[in-house]
Design a protein around this ligand. Structure first.
Ligand SMILES: *Cc1c(COP(=O)(O)O)cnc(C)c1O
Length: 322
Protein backbone atom coordinates (compact mmCIF):
# COMPACT_ATOMS: atom_id res chain seq x y z
CA UNK A 1 0.00 0.00 0.00
CA UNK A 2 1.27 3.47 -0.82
CA UNK A 3 1.54 5.69 2.28
CA UNK A 4 -1.53 7.55 3.45
CA UNK A 5 -4.03 4.74 2.97
CA UNK A 6 -5.70 2.89 5.80
CA UNK A 7 -5.63 -0.89 5.99
CA UNK A 8 -7.81 -2.20 3.16
CA UNK A 9 -10.90 -4.16 4.08
CA UNK A 10 -12.10 -5.48 0.76
CA UNK A 11 -10.65 -7.11 -2.32
CA UNK A 12 -9.94 -4.85 -5.27
CA UNK A 13 -11.91 -6.36 -8.14
CA UNK A 14 -11.86 -3.79 -10.95
CA UNK A 15 -9.86 -1.07 -12.67
CA UNK A 16 -11.58 1.70 -10.69
CA UNK A 17 -10.45 0.01 -7.49
CA UNK A 18 -6.88 -0.21 -8.76
CA UNK A 19 -6.88 3.51 -9.62
CA UNK A 20 -8.51 4.44 -6.31
CA UNK A 21 -5.79 2.61 -4.39
CA UNK A 22 -3.03 4.22 -6.42
CA UNK A 23 -1.90 0.91 -7.93
CA UNK A 24 -2.31 2.03 -11.58
CA UNK A 25 -2.40 5.54 -13.07
CA UNK A 26 -5.63 7.13 -14.37
CA UNK A 27 -4.15 7.06 -17.85
CA UNK A 28 -4.14 3.25 -17.80
CA UNK A 29 -7.94 3.05 -17.44
CA UNK A 30 -8.83 2.35 -21.05
CA UNK A 31 -6.08 -0.19 -21.71
CA UNK A 32 -6.81 -2.07 -18.52
CA UNK A 33 -10.56 -2.14 -19.14
CA UNK A 34 -9.80 -4.43 -22.09
CA UNK A 35 -7.64 -6.66 -19.87
CA UNK A 36 -10.33 -6.75 -17.16
CA UNK A 37 -12.95 -7.75 -19.74
CA UNK A 38 -10.90 -10.84 -20.48
CA UNK A 39 -9.14 -11.84 -17.25
CA UNK A 40 -10.50 -11.73 -13.69
CA UNK A 41 -9.00 -9.32 -11.16
CA UNK A 42 -8.91 -9.77 -7.38
CA UNK A 43 -6.39 -8.45 -4.88
CA UNK A 44 -7.48 -9.29 -1.34
CA UNK A 45 -6.63 -7.03 1.64
CA UNK A 46 -3.79 -9.22 2.94
CA UNK A 47 -1.97 -8.91 -0.39
CA UNK A 48 -2.84 -5.24 -0.88
CA UNK A 49 -1.09 -4.63 2.43
CA UNK A 50 2.12 -6.21 1.08
CA UNK A 51 2.30 -4.07 -2.06
CA UNK A 52 4.86 -1.35 -1.42
CA UNK A 53 4.81 -0.10 -4.99
CA UNK A 54 3.09 -1.51 -8.09
CA UNK A 55 6.35 -2.82 -9.57
CA UNK A 56 7.53 -4.75 -6.54
CA UNK A 57 7.52 -8.54 -6.22
CA UNK A 58 3.98 -8.61 -4.84
CA UNK A 59 2.46 -5.93 -7.07
CA UNK A 60 3.80 -7.50 -10.28
CA UNK A 61 2.06 -10.80 -9.56
CA UNK A 62 -1.44 -9.39 -9.13
CA UNK A 63 -1.81 -5.96 -10.75
CA UNK A 64 -3.11 -6.33 -14.31
CA UNK A 65 -0.97 -4.98 -17.13
CA UNK A 66 -1.84 -3.95 -20.70
CA UNK A 67 0.81 -6.43 -21.93
CA UNK A 68 -1.59 -9.27 -21.02
CA UNK A 69 -3.39 -8.72 -24.32
CA UNK A 70 -0.21 -9.33 -26.33
CA UNK A 71 -0.22 -13.02 -27.18
CA UNK A 72 3.16 -14.50 -28.15
CA UNK A 73 3.10 -17.10 -30.97
CA UNK A 74 3.93 -20.02 -28.66
CA UNK A 75 1.35 -19.13 -26.00
CA UNK A 76 -1.76 -21.29 -25.63
CA UNK A 77 -5.15 -20.94 -23.93
CA UNK A 78 -4.72 -24.33 -22.25
CA UNK A 79 -0.95 -24.85 -22.10
CA UNK A 80 -0.97 -28.17 -20.24
CA UNK A 81 -4.04 -29.63 -22.01
CA UNK A 82 -6.39 -29.84 -19.01
CA UNK A 83 -9.34 -29.95 -21.39
CA UNK A 84 -8.07 -32.78 -23.55
CA UNK A 85 -7.38 -34.86 -20.44
CA UNK A 86 -10.77 -34.25 -18.85
CA UNK A 87 -13.01 -37.35 -19.08
CA UNK A 88 -15.88 -35.74 -17.11
CA UNK A 89 -16.43 -32.13 -15.96
CA UNK A 90 -14.07 -31.12 -13.16
CA UNK A 91 -11.73 -34.12 -13.49
CA UNK A 92 -8.30 -34.07 -15.16
CA UNK A 93 -6.70 -37.52 -15.42
CA UNK A 94 -3.22 -37.49 -16.91
CA UNK A 95 -1.15 -39.76 -14.67
CA UNK A 96 -2.67 -43.18 -13.99
CA UNK A 97 -2.44 -43.00 -10.18
CA UNK A 98 -3.49 -39.34 -9.71
CA UNK A 99 -6.55 -37.36 -10.70
CA UNK A 100 -7.29 -33.68 -10.34
CA UNK A 101 -10.72 -32.61 -9.11
CA UNK A 102 -11.62 -28.96 -9.66
CA UNK A 103 -14.71 -28.26 -7.51
CA UNK A 104 -14.74 -24.56 -8.43
CA UNK A 105 -12.84 -22.08 -10.58
CA UNK A 106 -12.91 -19.03 -8.28
CA UNK A 107 -9.76 -17.84 -6.45
CA UNK A 108 -9.10 -15.34 -3.66
CA UNK A 109 -6.54 -13.63 -5.93
CA UNK A 110 -6.04 -13.81 -9.69
CA UNK A 111 -2.36 -14.16 -10.55
CA UNK A 112 -1.43 -12.45 -13.80
CA UNK A 113 0.71 -15.45 -14.87
CA UNK A 114 -1.86 -18.18 -14.08
CA UNK A 115 -1.78 -21.13 -16.50
CA UNK A 116 -5.55 -21.52 -16.06
CA UNK A 117 -6.24 -17.82 -16.61
CA UNK A 118 -8.65 -18.54 -19.48
CA UNK A 119 -10.75 -20.74 -17.19
CA UNK A 120 -10.72 -19.17 -13.73
CA UNK A 121 -12.95 -16.33 -12.50
CA UNK A 122 -15.35 -15.26 -9.76
CA UNK A 123 -18.52 -16.57 -11.37
CA UNK A 124 -17.20 -19.59 -13.15
CA UNK A 125 -17.32 -23.28 -12.75
CA UNK A 126 -18.72 -24.48 -9.46
CA UNK A 127 -19.49 -28.17 -9.85
CA UNK A 128 -23.09 -28.86 -8.89
CA UNK A 129 -24.13 -31.89 -6.85
CA UNK A 130 -24.94 -33.91 -9.96
CA UNK A 131 -21.56 -33.12 -11.55
CA UNK A 132 -19.76 -34.00 -8.34
CA UNK A 133 -21.55 -37.36 -8.32
CA UNK A 134 -20.32 -38.01 -11.85
CA UNK A 135 -16.80 -37.10 -10.76
CA UNK A 136 -16.96 -39.45 -7.73
CA UNK A 137 -18.28 -42.21 -9.99
CA UNK A 138 -15.37 -41.71 -12.37
CA UNK A 139 -12.83 -41.99 -9.54
CA UNK A 140 -14.63 -44.98 -8.03
CA UNK A 141 -14.59 -46.71 -11.42
CA UNK A 142 -10.81 -46.25 -11.77
CA UNK A 143 -9.05 -48.30 -9.08
CA UNK A 144 -5.67 -47.13 -10.39
CA UNK A 145 -6.40 -43.66 -8.92
CA UNK A 146 -4.62 -43.63 -5.55
CA UNK A 147 -4.52 -39.87 -5.03
CA UNK A 148 -7.09 -37.15 -5.64
CA UNK A 149 -5.76 -33.61 -5.93
CA UNK A 150 -8.27 -30.84 -5.31
CA UNK A 151 -7.37 -27.77 -7.28
CA UNK A 152 -9.27 -25.18 -9.30
CA UNK A 153 -9.73 -22.37 -8.74
CA UNK A 154 -8.97 -22.57 -5.05
CA UNK A 155 -10.70 -25.36 -3.11
CA UNK A 156 -10.21 -23.56 0.22
CA UNK A 157 -12.69 -20.93 -1.00
CA UNK A 158 -15.41 -23.50 -0.29
CA UNK A 159 -17.07 -23.46 3.10
CA UNK A 160 -15.51 -25.94 5.55
CA UNK A 161 -18.75 -27.96 5.53
CA UNK A 162 -18.85 -28.27 1.78
CA UNK A 163 -15.18 -29.08 1.59
CA UNK A 164 -15.53 -31.75 4.25
CA UNK A 165 -18.45 -33.29 2.40
CA UNK A 166 -16.24 -33.64 -0.70
CA UNK A 167 -13.29 -35.03 1.27
CA UNK A 168 -15.56 -37.55 3.01
CA UNK A 169 -16.91 -38.80 -0.29
CA UNK A 170 -13.39 -39.19 -1.68
CA UNK A 171 -12.12 -40.89 1.49
CA UNK A 172 -14.96 -43.40 1.23
CA UNK A 173 -13.57 -44.70 -2.07
CA UNK A 174 -11.45 -47.67 -0.97
CA UNK A 175 -8.57 -47.20 -3.44
CA UNK A 176 -8.13 -43.47 -2.70
CA UNK A 177 -5.28 -43.48 -0.19
CA UNK A 178 -4.11 -39.89 -0.45
CA UNK A 179 -5.76 -36.48 -0.69
CA UNK A 180 -4.07 -33.26 -1.71
CA UNK A 181 -5.27 -29.67 -1.92
CA UNK A 182 -3.52 -26.98 -3.95
CA UNK A 183 -4.24 -23.51 -2.59
CA UNK A 184 -3.19 -19.90 -2.22
CA UNK A 185 -5.78 -19.12 0.50
CA UNK A 186 -3.38 -19.29 3.50
CA UNK A 187 -1.36 -16.44 1.92
CA UNK A 188 -4.09 -14.57 0.05
CA UNK A 189 -6.84 -14.66 2.66
CA UNK A 190 -5.40 -15.84 5.99
CA UNK A 191 -8.67 -14.94 7.70
CA UNK A 192 -10.20 -18.04 6.11
CA UNK A 193 -7.77 -20.25 8.05
CA UNK A 194 -10.20 -20.93 10.88
CA UNK A 195 -10.28 -23.81 13.34
CA UNK A 196 -13.42 -24.92 11.54
CA UNK A 197 -11.49 -25.20 8.27
CA UNK A 198 -8.62 -27.01 9.97
CA UNK A 199 -11.12 -29.49 11.46
CA UNK A 200 -12.61 -30.08 8.02
CA UNK A 201 -9.16 -30.93 6.63
CA UNK A 202 -8.36 -33.31 9.49
CA UNK A 203 -9.41 -36.36 7.50
CA UNK A 204 -8.81 -40.04 8.28
CA UNK A 205 -7.19 -40.35 4.84
CA UNK A 206 -3.78 -38.59 4.80
CA UNK A 207 -4.08 -35.09 3.37
CA UNK A 208 -1.29 -32.90 2.05
CA UNK A 209 -1.69 -29.20 1.33
CA UNK A 210 0.39 -27.64 -1.45
CA UNK A 211 0.72 -23.94 -0.71
CA UNK A 212 1.32 -21.71 -3.70
CA UNK A 213 3.69 -18.88 -2.72
CA UNK A 214 6.25 -16.98 -4.76
CA UNK A 215 8.00 -14.53 -2.44
CA UNK A 216 9.32 -14.56 1.14
CA UNK A 217 7.30 -11.44 1.98
CA UNK A 218 4.07 -13.41 1.40
CA UNK A 219 4.81 -15.59 4.43
CA UNK A 220 3.88 -13.23 7.27
CA UNK A 221 3.42 -14.09 10.93
CA UNK A 222 -0.34 -14.20 10.36
CA UNK A 223 0.18 -16.67 7.52
CA UNK A 224 2.42 -18.84 9.73
CA UNK A 225 -0.25 -18.92 12.45
CA UNK A 226 -2.87 -20.00 9.93
CA UNK A 227 -0.66 -22.80 8.65
CA UNK A 228 0.02 -23.95 12.20
CA UNK A 229 -3.66 -24.73 12.65
CA UNK A 230 -3.31 -27.36 9.94
CA UNK A 231 0.11 -28.58 11.03
CA UNK A 232 -1.05 -29.19 14.60
CA UNK A 233 -3.56 -31.61 13.16
CA UNK A 234 -0.89 -33.56 11.33
CA UNK A 235 -1.45 -32.04 7.91
CA UNK A 236 1.83 -31.71 5.99
CA UNK A 237 2.31 -28.59 3.90
CA UNK A 238 4.35 -28.44 0.72
CA UNK A 239 5.43 -25.29 -1.07
CA UNK A 240 4.89 -24.66 -4.75
CA UNK A 241 6.45 -21.70 -6.54
CA UNK A 242 6.49 -20.35 -10.08
CA UNK A 243 9.79 -18.88 -11.29
CA UNK A 244 8.83 -15.33 -12.33
CA UNK A 245 10.91 -12.56 -13.90
CA UNK A 246 11.07 -9.51 -11.64
CA UNK A 247 9.47 -11.40 -8.75
CA UNK A 248 11.82 -14.16 -7.64
CA UNK A 249 14.36 -14.81 -10.42
CA UNK A 250 17.48 -14.45 -8.29
CA UNK A 251 19.49 -16.60 -5.90
CA UNK A 252 18.68 -14.16 -3.12
CA UNK A 253 14.90 -14.05 -3.69
CA UNK A 254 14.48 -17.80 -4.06
CA UNK A 255 16.88 -18.57 -1.19
CA UNK A 256 14.91 -16.20 1.06
CA UNK A 257 11.62 -17.75 -0.06
CA UNK A 258 12.67 -21.35 0.53
CA UNK A 259 14.08 -20.49 3.94
CA UNK A 260 10.89 -18.60 4.83
CA UNK A 261 8.94 -21.69 3.86
CA UNK A 262 11.02 -23.89 6.16
CA UNK A 263 10.57 -21.45 9.04
CA UNK A 264 6.83 -21.92 8.48
CA UNK A 265 7.38 -25.73 8.42
CA UNK A 266 6.56 -25.82 4.71
CA UNK A 267 8.69 -28.16 2.57
CA UNK A 268 9.56 -26.59 -0.82
CA UNK A 269 8.21 -29.11 -3.33
CA UNK A 270 8.17 -27.69 -6.86
CA UNK A 271 9.70 -24.67 -8.53
CA UNK A 272 7.69 -24.43 -11.75
CA UNK A 273 9.00 -23.14 -15.02
CA UNK A 274 6.31 -20.69 -16.25
CA UNK A 275 3.64 -22.27 -18.46
CA UNK A 276 3.03 -20.49 -21.75
CA UNK A 277 -0.43 -19.10 -20.96
CA UNK A 278 -1.63 -16.15 -23.08
CA UNK A 279 -0.13 -12.74 -22.31
CA UNK A 280 2.35 -13.92 -19.67
CA UNK A 281 5.63 -13.42 -21.59
CA UNK A 282 6.77 -10.60 -19.31
CA UNK A 283 7.23 -13.19 -16.55
CA UNK A 284 9.35 -15.61 -18.60
CA UNK A 285 12.74 -16.65 -17.20
CA UNK A 286 14.93 -18.76 -19.51
CA UNK A 287 15.33 -22.31 -18.18
CA UNK A 288 19.13 -21.90 -18.35
CA UNK A 289 18.86 -19.10 -15.80
CA UNK A 290 16.53 -21.16 -13.61
CA UNK A 291 19.03 -24.03 -13.67
CA UNK A 292 21.87 -21.67 -12.80
CA UNK A 293 19.95 -20.28 -9.79
CA UNK A 294 19.17 -23.77 -8.52
CA UNK A 295 22.81 -24.85 -8.99
CA UNK A 296 24.04 -21.79 -7.10
CA UNK A 297 21.63 -22.43 -4.24
CA UNK A 298 22.79 -26.03 -3.85
CA UNK A 299 25.47 -26.12 -1.15
CA UNK A 300 24.51 -22.70 0.18
CA UNK A 301 21.17 -23.66 1.65
CA UNK A 302 19.77 -26.69 3.45
CA UNK A 303 19.03 -29.56 1.10
CA UNK A 304 15.56 -29.66 2.63
CA UNK A 305 15.00 -26.16 1.25
CA UNK A 306 15.53 -27.16 -2.38
CA UNK A 307 12.45 -28.00 -4.46
CA UNK A 308 12.50 -29.86 -7.76
CA UNK A 309 12.69 -27.44 -10.69
CA UNK A 310 9.97 -28.71 -13.00
CA UNK A 311 8.52 -28.01 -16.42
CA UNK A 312 5.03 -29.05 -17.46
CA UNK A 313 5.37 -29.85 -21.13
CA UNK A 314 2.82 -28.31 -23.52
CA UNK A 315 0.08 -30.52 -24.85
CA UNK A 316 -0.36 -32.66 -21.74
CA UNK A 317 2.91 -34.56 -22.11
CA UNK A 318 3.53 -34.23 -18.40
CA UNK A 319 6.02 -32.76 -15.99
CA UNK A 320 9.77 -33.19 -16.38
CA UNK A 321 12.54 -32.04 -14.05
CA UNK A 322 14.76 -29.38 -15.59
C1 LIG B 1 0.85 -31.67 -11.86
C2 LIG B 1 -0.24 -32.64 -12.04
C3 LIG B 1 -0.43 -33.68 -11.13
C4 LIG B 1 0.41 -33.84 -9.89
O1 LIG B 1 1.74 -34.11 -10.18
P1 LIG B 1 2.77 -34.39 -8.99
O2 LIG B 1 4.07 -34.53 -9.71
O3 LIG B 1 2.32 -35.63 -8.29
O4 LIG B 1 2.72 -33.20 -8.08
C5 LIG B 1 -1.43 -34.58 -11.38
N1 LIG B 1 -2.22 -34.48 -12.48
C6 LIG B 1 -2.06 -33.49 -13.36
C7 LIG B 1 -2.94 -33.44 -14.54
C8 LIG B 1 -1.06 -32.54 -13.17
O5 LIG B 1 -0.93 -31.53 -14.05
Amino acid sequence: MPDGFTTPKRSIRDVDGLIEHGLVPQAARLGLAAVAARYAIAIPPALQALIGNPDDAIGLQFIPNAAELIIAPHEMADPVADEALSPVPGIVHRYPDRALLKPLLACPVYCRFCFRREQVGPDGGVLGEAELEVAYDYIAAHPEIKEVILTGGDPLMLSPRRLRAILDRLSAIAHVELLRIHTRVPVADPGLMTDELAEALDTPTPLFVALHTNHAREITETVRLGLQKLQRRGISILGQTVLLAGVNDSEEALGDLFRAMLRARVKPYYLHQLDAAPGTARFHVPPERGREIMANLRGNISGIALPTYIYDQPGGLGKIPL
